[in-house]
Design a protein around this ligand. Structure first.
Ligand code: XIL
Length: 400
């Protein structure tokens, strides 16, 4: 009995290995663009091809990428990803720092790059408590403005981006991070001036000003916390009941090696889907560095002082940690594939480890390794693990 199953297993492994080689060959031959990744690695197998037909795979791009001529990371992005998000250039502060003053350059370059490469282009973010300038909430003498004046400014912002990028942005994070872990509303100027219904106000304006084809999303971190998950489900149902358009929920996905648990992520994916919207994994990264208690989530206002014990991998990530990261990513993408009927997009928050915001948050100046490409743009073991998950799943579908 034992012998038989061992023989069967060896047979399976041999078949799988053969299939693996065949699929790897076919993946290589259909990968777009010749040549290796920066750093001289072999020709790319691409994430966008590996998950084609399941969900888009993408990355957030920092504004700096467009200011450095001949920047190799953009080539990597074009080969690997089918969707892009702007890390900062479309946020209210960077985009429109003073009344009637606009920085279009960065946003235009971002959108143009996406269009040129036939990508699903995401706008991030219309309304957020962070990176929004004070002038938005004040009159010309610096006095707080009232509800109607603020609604008018919100509408002006949406009209402005609609007139400039109407046909070129496929989805917008309409509201970011307005709900707390316990499901209550976050205290912010938005809440102060507009009251509890402010998320609804924002979606009403976005729905009226943006084309129907633009996906409108509510986006937040720690979406596996029960209080927040339930509140977001209630929000979606309430907007739908009132016929205010919401098309998706963005789960940021700033996660770590140890948490949240796959089954808790799964619960949220299923809950949002059942509420009637698509799920977007919008800001995926896996933090491998130590954190102190109370520092989970992605609250940008939180900052810690560092000490060397909090930055243990300055000279490189040990192999064992690479393996753990690869396993974590394999588990995550296994889950995403299981629910690919509910998931429209998976976007990493950054392209290579060099540019990740986690080198500077929650502690400045650390050396973190949260993404699939290393500091030179070379695929890491986690990249192979993710590609293998797609390959194994494609095989399972074929043989079913
Ligand atoms: C971060 C950017 O990556 C940084 O460059 C910037 O300094 C702060 O914001 N959640 C979000 C993103 O929705 O907008 C944040 O991006 C990361 C957390």
């Amino acid at each position: 009995m034992r012998e038989e199953s061992e023989v069967a297993m060896i047979g399976n492994v041999a078949t799988m290995a053969l299939v693996g080689v065949l699929v790897a060959v076919s993946l290589c031959s259909c990968a777009s663009g010749a040549g290796g990744e920066p750093g001289g690695a072999p020709p790319a197998r691409s994430l966008k091809d590996a998950f084609a037909g399941r969900f888009h795979v993408g990355a957030a791009l920092g504004g700096g990428l467009f200011r450095e001529p001949g920047q190799p990371t953009l080539g990597l992005v074009a080969r690997q990803f089918g969707t892009i998000s702007p890390e900062n250039v479309l946020k209210w502060g960077p985009f429109n720092p003073r009344s009637r003053v606009y920085n279009h350059e960065g946003a235009d370059a971002f959108v143009k790059f996406g269009r040129r490469n036939g990508m699903f282009v995401v706008g991030h973010v219309l309304f957020w408590h962070s990176q929004t300038p004070d002038w938005v909430f004040e009159d010309s003498r610096g006095k707080p403005i009232g509800r109607e004046a603020l609604l008018k400014r919100m509408r002006e912002r949406v009209r402005h981006v609609a007139s400039r990028y109407r046909k070129h942005i496929d989805a917008w994070d309409v509201v970011n991070e307005a709900i707390l872990d316990n499901g209550k509303m976050r205290k912010s100027k938005w809440l102060e001036v507009l009251g509890d219904g402010w998320i609804e106000d924002a979606f009403r304006i976005a729905g009226e000003e943006l084309p129907r084809s633009t996906k409108l999303l509510y986006n937040d971190y720690s979406m596996t916390m029960r209080g927040r998950r339930d509140a977001v489900v209630r929000l979606v149902r309430e907007l739908k009941r009132k016929k205010i358009r919401i098309d998706g929920v963005g789960m940021q996905g700033h996660w770590s090696l140890g948490g949240p648990r796959i089954r808790d992520i799964e619960k949220s994916i299923v809950a949002f889907h059942e509420a009637g919207v698509d799920v977007h994994i919008t800001e995926l990264d896996v933090d491998v560095l130590p954190r102190k208690a109370g520092m989970w989530g992605a609250d940008v206002a939180k900052r810690l002082e560092g000490d060397p014990t909090m930055d243990p991998y300055r000279d490189g990530l040990p192999e064992e940690m690479q393996r753990k990261l690869a396993k974590r990513y394999a588990d995550l993408f296994g889950l995403f594939l299981k629910h690919s009927d509910k998931i429209e997009r998976v976007t990493f928050w950054g392209v290579t480890d060099r540019h990740s915001w986690l080198n500077n948050w929650p502690i400045k100046g650390r050396t973190n390794y949260p993404l699939l490409f290393d500091r030179e743009g070379r695929p890491k073991p986690a990249f192979d693990a993710v590609i293998n998950v797609a390959r194994d799943s494609a095989e399972a579908v074929k043989t079913r």
